[in-house]
Design a protein around this ligand. Structure first.
Ligand code: AMP
Ligand code: MG
Length: 473
């Protein structure tokens, strides 16, 4: 049976100014690295032979029913507005309706230049492709809304970056949609209210059928993003490039670039080499998402009949967001210390632990995981600092049901540790994909003990610590 994708495209039906129609650029000698059979199944895709998949997911063969296009969008990058960004190296092949009835985008990333490539080559090298595969699948398994990875294909062509020639690759990713805050900004910046209305209608129809006006849309997106950011924080995730063009309307995490996970906990952690001022530091993500939602609000104003009323309603919605994030944060971090229903009085207890973790250089993931097994004190340079916190915590737990069960479901044993991701990329560049496959497989069950994978739980040795991550597109 040959590869079949049951396309049902809607974005390609929108007006021409929403995208540029163009086919992916063929790759020289594509080889399938990994194909996500389980996800394919969910999407109703018949996989066919590996070579068939390599041809389609490298962009060499456009499958039946696909209408490839690069999407137009704008965005604030590190706070500065670019009116014209767009997919510079991606092709949306089309959409499918999955087994649950949800519409999903299928997009190639690294599939050649588009009208929005600017100085870029439209390609991706193996490192970022494998990193996005591993991290997006891990986030999904952790229960965090995210784009998914359907396939990774080596192109057999070199890609030239600062460090020299590197192996090229294409990632196929799947998302509820790739509509971004920046998509709204694109039409708002052009004062094209008609296109803005069309985009709005599409988004309502696709993601928020229960919504009846732009204020409600804003509130719903704020809700989803508030929850998402709290979930990121709860696993120590730092996106690294929270530009408005990387913030979705659907509330899914997208565009994994120089993302990373904190090892020893410090709320000011920054890994990205391009984030010189820490704009997208771990704890700053809370403020940035509010700022990004304010940009969405601004671009929705032309859709409201009365500007003054719009500004008032939108301001209220955006100003309410920090409290929403606070509530989500309390709920998620409450579960991490065993409280199924934390109350505002628990905030001090959680913050006290986090302060001690920072001071005593405790590993974020392993400390929380060890809370449930009684070994958390070993994570602190001064274990007495943990003991001092533990007394109050144990007292609080006396009043609750099954804290161990709550913690086991809230504290993963496995996250994609930065040094393991880097080591995996290094091995793959040398032709050994075994660490990549192993990492994916272990990370698909992050809450299970998996003693045979204990090495993937270990924090980095001093020599292994990843100090910086690179956009390294
Ligand atoms: P990102 O930070 O990955 O979200 O990318 C920001 C913008 O740069 C997007 O419009 C990308 O499509 C574009 N871009 C990134 N890398 C490349 C590349 N190698 N070639 C062309 N465009 C690129
Ligand atoms: Mg992007």
């Amino acid at each position: 049976m040959s590869l079949h994708i049951p396309f049902d495209n809607s974005y390609a039906r929108l007006p021409g100014k929403f995208y540029a129609r163009l086919n992916p650029t063929p790759a020289k000698d594509p080889h399938l690295i990994r194909f996500n059979t389980e996800l394919a199944d969910e999407l109703g895709i018949t996989p066919g032979e590996p070579d068939d998949a390599a041809q389609v997911f490298s962009g060499n063969r456009v499958p039946d029913g696909s209408e490839p296009l690069a999407q137009a969008y704008a965005g604030h990058q590190f706070g500065g507005f670019s009116p014209q960004l767009g997919d510079g190296r991606a092709n949306l092949l089309g959409e499918v309706v999955d087994a649950a009835g949800n519409r999903r985008d299928i997009q190639l990333k690294g599939s050649g230049p588009t009208p929005w490539s600017r100085m870029g080559d439209g390609r991706a090298w193996l490192g970022p492709v494998l990193r996005e595969y591993v991290v997006s699948e891990a986030m999904h398994a952790l229960g965090i809304p995210t784009s998914r990875a359907l396939a990774a294909v080596a192109t057999g062509e070199p890609v030239y970056r600062e460090s020299g020639a590197l192996p090229g690759a294409v990632l196929t990713r799947v998302a509820a949609s790739h509509i971004r805050v920046g998509t709204f900004q694109y039409f708002a910046a052009r004062r094209d209210t008609e296109a803005l209305q069309t985009l709005y209608d599409h988004v309502i129809d696709r993601h928020f059928p229960e919504v009846h006006n732009p204020t409600d849309l804003l509130r719903r997106v704020i809700d989803k993003q508030a929850r998402l950011i709290a979930q990121w924080l709860s696993v120590g995730f730092i996106h690294g490039v929270m530009n408005t063009d990387n913030t979705t309307l659907s509330g899914e995490t997208i565009d994994y670039g120089p993302c990373a996970f904190v090892d020893t906990y410090d709320p000011q952690t920054v890994y990205s080499s391009i984030d010189a001022h820490g704009r997208y530091a771990y704890d700053n993500q809370v403020k940035i998402i509010v700022w990004n939602m304010a940009q969405l609000a601004t671009s929705l104003v032309p859709l409201m009949p009365d500007t003054e009323e719009a500004v008032e309603a939108f301001t209220e919605a955006v100003h309410a967001m920090p409290e929403r994030i606070g509530a989500e944060w309390l709920a998620t971090f409450g579960r991490k210390i065993g409280l199924a229903a934390a109350t505002p009085e628990d905030t001090a207890l959680i913050n006290d632990l986090l302060t001690r973790m920072t001071r005593e250089r405790a590993d974020f993931t392993n400390t929380f995981r060890a809370l449930g097994t009684g070994k958390a004190r070993d994570q602190f340079t001064d274990p007495a600092s943990f003991d001092a916190w533990e007394t109050g915590w144990r007292k609080r737990l006396e009043a609750v049901d099954d804290p161990e069960g709550v913690m086991a479901a809230a504290n993963p044993a496995f996250i994609p540790r930065n040094h393991r991701v880097e080591q995996m990329i290094q091995a793959a560049v040398e032709g050994d994909y075994a660490p990549f496959h192993r990492l994916v497989e272990v990370l698909m069950r992050p809450y299970e003990a998996q003693p045979e994978a204990a090495d993937l739980q270990r924090p980095p040795e001093p020599s292994e610590v990843v100090q910086q991550t690179f956009c390294g597109t």
